[in-house]
Design a protein around this ligand. Structure first.
Ligand code: HXC
Length: 268
């Protein structure tokens, strides 16, 4: 196996290293990409974790890497978020291992580039099933545990749907629904002590989404207001903040982490 290079090892100095001591994370999509980095960041601050995804080999390798990098426990639970039964089994595995769930990241997502004119009905539906129904299924499978611990959800959305992003109708529709789902969850479950927020990553360097869109829209990121592409560390830091008690009065919000790109709406 190639040596694991942590994308977030040096990003955590402003937070107390034990801020999540004794707490437990359940993360769908945690086997790779942004969600793996979010999981690592939470673990580096004291939490144990379960990462969930479809590909068992990748999950097992990632769980081992995350444990080694952080000194915390991480287990892999194979599940397709489109299947409620598999998700309930993943939650049971997490509960058997840790006895509780404090934090949930709903991050499993699917994406490819396709114009409306050629996107099949099944292609559109598949992304909604993974992103939107997968989020709903994850909430349903975890809520009783998150209520019990008065915990918190973070949903990984996007900024694509604030404008009309070409070739992304399926993802845009799916993420708009994720934002709405989080808001309802926040309002309904606030009285039970549960918070729910959305992180909306903008263009984050080195991720599949940006690599694919950059190929299609060459030079399209040159006008990011802060003058750089995002890094997964930026998403990791937002995650720590939103899960921490520093954000205890923040729920039902969408936090774009995009270097100010959202505010270019109507300008470019
Ligand atoms: C057109 C496509 C396609 C493509 C799949 N489809 N890929 N259509 N162009 N490139 C269509 C198929 O033809 C099929 O429709 C339908 O979608 C289902 O495809 P399957 O391969 O059978 O589905 P499945 O195996 O479940 O795969 C799911 C997937 C796949 C979403 C389609 O791309 C996937 O799992 N990708 C890996 C995860 C991923 O992409 N992660 C990146 C997330 S990044 P027909 O009609 O033929 O049956 C992200 C960030 C967004 O989400 C922000 C970007 C800036």
């Amino acid at each position: 196996m190639t040596a694991y290079i942590s994308p977030v090892a040096d990003s955590t100095t402003v937070f107390k290293s034990d801020v999540f001591k004794g707490q437990v994370l359940f993360c769908t999509g945690g086997g790779s990409g942004i969600c793996k980095a979010m999981t690592e960041a939470v673990m580096r601050h004291g939490a144990d974790a379960t990462i969930v995804g479809r590909k068992l080999d990748r999950l097992l390798a990632s769980a081992e890497e995350l444990s080694k990098a952080t000194g915390r426990r991480c287990i892999a639970a194979q599940a397709d978020v489109r299947d409620p039964k598999q998700l309930h089994e993943a939650v049971s595995k997490a509960i058997k291992e840790y006895g509780k769930i404090d934090f949930v990241i709903c991050g499993a997502a699917g994406n490819f580039l396709a114009p409306i004119s050629s996107l099949s009905e099944n292609g559109f539906r598949t992304v909604l099933e993974i992103d939107t129904i997968g989020t709903y299924n994850t909430i349903k499978a975890t809520l009783e545990h998150v209520r019990a611990s008065k915990g918190s959800y973070i949903h990984v959305s996007a900024t694509l749907h604030y404008n009309g992003t070409p070739y992304q109708v399926h993802v845009s529709a799916a993420k708009a629904a994720v934002d709405a789902t989080s808001a309802v969850l926040a309002v309904e479950e606030g009285p039970n002590g549960v918070r729910s927020n959305v992180i909306a990553p903008g263009p984050i360097g080195g991720t599949e989404g940006v690599d694919r869109l950059m190929t299609k829209n060459q030079g399209g990121w040159s006008n990011i207001p802060v003058g750089r592409l995002g890094h997964v560390k930026d998403i990791a830091n937002a995650t720590i903040f939103l899960f921490s008690d520093a954000a205890s009065f923040i729920t039902g919000q969408v936090l774009p982490v995009d270097g100010g790109s959202e505010h270019l709406r109507g300008v470019n």
